[in-house]
Design a binder for this molecule. Structure first.
Ligand code: HEC
Length: 124
């Protein structure tokens, strides 16, 4: 069970990143409509489902990487960058091994899973 504090922090970070202005891709045109309006906060239960189905094979269920090229979300280091950048990596992929997810996940699911990975951070 993750701490309430970790959850609230994750949600605050994501909510801040999720204002329309933070959506980082001018080439994509308009902000994703369901997100730019900022109406719904991320759903961590959905985020966990997405993570366990699509991400854990490389990133590990507890955020401790399975493949050596993947960042450890558990130590939190890779999560220190702006949430909008993390989101862009999820959406568009990164490097040679991180797949893009925009074709398989909705904007809402990408937001949810981003919020979830923020909760995998473990203090030393
Ligand atoms: C096939 C293995 C694989 C899968 C599946 C995968 N990732 Fe990744 N992911 C990687 C690798 C490897 C990197 C590091 C890419 C790089 O920096 O070159 C990465 C990087 C990332 C980053 C950027 C971290 C940083 O330090 O910039 C995020 C965020 C991320 N993954 C989230 C996810 C999410 C969310 C999912 C599921 C929807 C997912 N990944 C599925 C392998 C994977």
């Amino acid at each position: 069970m993750r701490s309430l504090a970790a959850r609230s922090l994750a949600l605050a970070v994501i909510a801040a990143a999720w204002s329309g202005a933070a959506w980082p891709d001018p080439a994509r045109g308009a902000d994703p409509p369901d997100l730019a309006s900022g109406a719904e906060p991320p759903d961590l239960t959905s985020g966990q489902d997405v993570f366990e189905e699509f991400c854990a094979a490389c990133h590990g269920y507890d955020g401790i990487r399975i493949i050596p090229q993947a960042p450890n979300f558990s130590d939190g280091e890779s999560l220190e960058q702006e949430a909008a950048l993390l989101l862009a990596s999820i959406r568009d992929g990164k490097g040679e091994l991180m797949p893009l997810w925009s074709e398989d996940l909705s904007d809402r699911q990408m937001l949810d899973v981003l919020a979830y990975i923020m909760t995998l951070r473990r203090p030393e």
